[in-house]
Ligand binder design. Structure first.
Ligand SMILES: N[C@@H](CCC(=O)N[C@@H](CS)C(=O)NCC(=O)O)C(=O)O
Length: 213
């Protein structure tokens, strides 16, 4: 398998955590988002959305969308699973993952921020307000859900798909100045995950294309 991604991309980070939790080896090909490589013709033939990540399977298929990639990993390598067996817990894991992937992350994506700054004249204050209102608002809802479903992790005491999505979202939120200080459950889970070897391996700073700040 080969993962096409970018060290600081939260969607790529989700897939790296899932790969690490499952103990799967893979090749990695960096796609430099700051250089616009995601919009180059070579990459677009693999992933017409112009977004990372993409997973190339051993059979040469290209899978797009982080949640679809993680779904493929779960189906093709079921053990260890990262989805709870119990139907309600499983639905909650998907709900948290989708709340993050569909409601929180798109508002802080690179192309969204670039458009608002360059074509809508957003200054830093307007940008921070946007990020807090939309991404932060979606995260505040996740905090409430996790208060019902969580234990050591988002769903009970075992890392799941929900944590694969939460940790990169928290990383991005802290990077972009979204105020998550009142989200006590999410902060506690985020801190716990930092000490888990799979999450540590998947951390952006530990990737081959990481740039030291
Ligand atoms: N829904 C997509 C989101 C992918 C996405 O937003 N990727 C970002 C990085 S986290 C990206 O490639 N941004 C490039 C750009 O905005 O031009 C997924 O889950 O894979």
């Amino acid at each position: 398998m080969k993962l096409f991604g970018y060290w600081r991309s939260s969607a790529t980070y989700r897939v790296r955590i899932a790969l690490a939790l499952k103990g799967l080896d893979y090749d990695y090909e960096p796609v430099n988002l700051l250089k616009g490589e995601q919009k180059g013709s070579a990459y677009l033939t693999r992933n017409p959305t112009g977004l990372v990540p993409t997973l190339e399977t051993d059979d040469g298929d290209f899978i797009t969308q982080s949640l679809a990639i993680i779904g493929y990993l779960e189906d093709s390598h079921p053990a260890p699973t990262i989805l709870p067996d119990e139907p309600v817990a499983r639905a909650h894991a998907l709900s948290i993952a989708m709340s993050i992937a569909c409601e929180a992350q798109p508002f802080m994506n690179l192309r969204m921020q670039k458009y608002l700054k360059t074509e809508r004249n957003f200054n830093d204050i307007a940008m921070t307000d946007w990020l807090n209102r939309w991404s932060g608002g979606a995260m505040a809802a996740v905090e409430k859900i996790v208060t019902q479903t969580g234990g050591d992790y988002c769903i009970g005491d075992t890392p799941s798909l929900a944590d694969c999505c939460l940790v990169p979202q928290m990383f991005g939120a802290l990077r972009f100045g979204i105020d998550v200080s009142a989200m006590l459950r999410l902060n506690a889970i985020y801190e716990r995950c930092q000490k888990h070897p799979a999450f540590e391996k998947a951390h952006p700073d530990h990737q081959p294309d990481a740039v030291q700040q």
